[in-house]
Write a protein that binds this ligand. Structure first.
Ligand code: FAD
Length: 380
């Protein structure tokens, strides 16, 4: 189905971003996969071209483009080239907004220009070895010492963990109140802040997912985001948008895998005829294309609601749940139609399959999404 049109300016933005990807990303993808990390240079180049934090106000060096469709375009284009290592959307629309929403003017002036130029790469560190879905179980602590906090603890599975220069780190800030969590801006080079292993993963191999350690790190009060006891509330505010991003990416990634499969089945001959001519293939492809089309309509509606400030956590959860499960089904069928070739690294469907598995786990697992939706159903 024809999608609701983007504006002329947004269509031009898409063209420009696509050209950027073909020049600065596609030629490096294989090398990044081998290295297990992208070049930090790609963030700087994205910044140079105006693709980082483009929502930021002009006075902070941004373009003031708050309409989520600009980010949607970038998420879709990255997915359509199968790129899962260059985590610019996390930088742009997951971590950057914490500084925008909860940071002081001084913090915005100090940090945003570097994030916009790509000199400063962002990450967010919530998850710990014993606390993922259940964030209240986190153990990292930040002790109040007046003009500074002393941060201790460890975080794991952190995206941009090696490349990151500035992390929003969640830690408990009041021993008498287990729900008091603060968000602390931890900078590269702070004494006591170190990185552990770059973790080896099933998929998304060019993404530098890592462990972070904090040992008596002195975090100046000037690096606390907002109220140091309201971090939980702040994190919850960002989650609907994070899930909107995740759902947007999953549907575009499903479309990418569908396209790879379509190309393959048209060419592949079995028992004397193209694989695309068998009824099983035709029915499965018809089913997938229907589900992707319907999911796309829901993505676009959620974007509209988000732009109007009305996207509810439940609707964002519905999108994330359905889109990630759909992506899982599409990549699985895609591999099946490729036969043995689908299991070979040299076929992009194989990477699309392993890259997809995590989308049902991170940004809130499918089970957590169902919990959020169920809570809104008045089931008693
Ligand atoms: C590649 C990758 C990148 C990541 N990047 C980041 C990052 O940048 N920053 C960050 O902070 N974290 C990051 N994470 C962590 C991610 O958010 C967590 O892995 C996720 O929240 C799940 O937490 P967990 O791994 O502790 O699993 P658990 O929470 O231990 O879950 C295990 C299983 O239990 C299920 N479960 C949990 N609670 C319930 C419940 N109430 N009811 C029913 N079932 C339940 C889950 O759905 C899951 O199936 C990343 C993870 C990965 C894999």
């Amino acid at each position: 189905m024809q999608r609701k049109p983007f504006t002329e300016e947004q269509n031009m933005f898409r063209e420009a971003f696509r050209a950027f990807l073909h020049k600065e990303v596609v030629p490096h993808q294989e090398r990044w996969l081998e290295a297990g990390i992208v070049d930090r240079e790609v963030f700087r180049k994205a910044g140079e071209n105006g693709f980082l934090l483009c929502w930021a106000d002009e006075r902070d060096g941004g373009l003031g483009l708050r309409d989520f469709r600009y980010e949607q375009i970038m998420i879709e284009e990255l997915a359509l080239i199968g790129e899962t290592g260059f985590a610019m959307n996390l930088h742009n629309r997951i971590v950057g907004p914490y500084i925008d929403r909860f940071g002081s003017d001084e913090q915005k002036q100090r940090f945003l220009p570097g994030c916009i130029s790509g000199e400063t790469i962002l990450g967010v560190a919530m998850t710990e070895p014993d606390a993922g879905s259940d964030l209240a179980g986190m153990r990292a602590t930040a002790q109040d010492r007046g003009d500074h906090f002393i941060l201790n603890g460890s975080k794991t599975y952190i995206t941009n963990g090696m490349l990151g220069d500035l992390f929003v780190v969640a830690a408990k800030s009041d021993p008498s109140n287990p729900r008091a969590i603060g968000l602390f801006l931890v900078e590269r080079g702070m004494e006591g802040f170190s990185r552990g292993r770059k973790l080896k993963k099933m998929g998304q191999r060019s993404q530098d997912t890592a462990e972070l350690f904090f040992e008596n790190v002195v975090v100046p009060r000037a690096n606390v985001l907002g109220d140091e006891t309201r971090g939980f509330h702040y994190l919850m505010q960002g989650l609907a948008e994070e899930r909107l991003q995740a759902g947007t990416r999953c549907v575009a990634a499903a479309q990418y895998a569908f396209g790879l499969t379509l190309d393959f089945i048209r060419e592949r001959k079995v028992f004397g005829q193209a694989l695309s001519q068998y009824q099983n293939t035709r029915f499965e492809m018809a089913q997938m294309s229907t589900e992707i089309d319907l999911a796309q309509v829901y993505v676009d509606r959620c974007v509209e609601e988000h732009n109007a400030g009305r996207l509810t956590p439940e609707d964002a959860a519905r999108l994330k749940l359905f889109a990630s499960e759909l992506q899982g089904r599409v990549v699985d069928k895609g591999v099946q139609f490729h036969g043995g070739a689908g299991y070979m690294d040299e076929y992009p469907i194989s990477r699309a399959y392993t890259d997809a598995r995590v989308t049902r786990i991170f940004a809130g697992s499918s089970e957590i999404m169902k919990e959020i939706i169920a809570r809104s159903l008045d089931l008693k």
